[in-house]
Write a protein that binds this ligand. Structure first.
Ligand code: IMP
Ligand code: MG
Length: 192
């Protein structure tokens, strides 16, 4: 039902799965020595988070030194229409103090300016985790970037507005399996 709203598919779901498995291997190699708390940044991160956790869980179970893996969910709201705003709001999640001494893995859908992650990292570091790593499925190549780079990156993508695989435009398009470029027409159509 979204056909005419999309310019093109840029990352098909099969490719996302393959890349996610590779990322899981890298993460377990680096973080698998100690209790991992995986922190999902909702809502855009939920598909990537679920798939990544499945891969990490399997690798963890099959390793001879498997570690506890627990999860938590937070929401950060920074967007209205397709403009990044300066304010970032943290909503929900357990007490951040639960992260003290843990290996924390932040799971994000897309990094654009990097401001959202920089703000969140500042907040988390106040709880003195043992280690904090950030994995983002996508990183946008944009002149608006603050220079921030996540520890693990799935794909670098062009400076277009992307939807699908849980990424939304005003809550639409999360129910799309592939990552696609949103058409200008659709931006108008689903504007709030
Ligand atoms: P940043 O603070 O500019 O790095 O913005 C990151 C947040 O903006 C992400 O967590 C996304 O929720 C949202 N975002 C940025 N670009 C896109 C996009 O192309 N599609 C959907 N959401 C996006
Ligand atoms: Mg996000």
């Amino acid at each position: 039902h979204y056909e005419e709203d999309l310019d093109s598919v840029i990352i098909p779901s099969g490719l996302i799965k393959d890349r996610t498995e590779r990322l899981a291997r890298d993460i377990v190699r680096d973080m698998g020595g100690h209790h991992i708390v995986a922190l999902c940044v909702l809502k855009g991160g939920y598909k990537f988070f679920a798939d990544l956790m499945d891969f990490i869980k399997t690798l963890n179970q099959n390793s001879d030194k498997s570690v506890p893996l627990t999860v938590d969910f937070i929401r950060l709201k920074s967007y209205s229409n397709d403009q990044s705003t300066n304010s970032v709001k943290v909503i929900g999640g357990d007490e951040l103090s639960a992260l003290t001494g843990k290996n924390v893995l932040i799971v994000e859908d897309i990094v654009e300016t990097g401001r959202t992650m920089e703000t969140l990292l500042k907040l988390l570091n106040e709880c003195h985790p043992k280690m904090v790593k950030v994995v983002s499925l996508l990183v946008k190549r944009t002149p608006r970037s603050s220079g921030y780079r996540p520890d693990y990156i799935g794909f670098e993508v062009p400076d277009k507005f992307l939807v699908g695989y849980a990424l939304d435009y005003n809550e639409y398009f999360r129910d799309l399996s592939h990552i696609c470029i949103l058409s200008d027409r659709a931006k108008e159509k689903y504007k709030v």
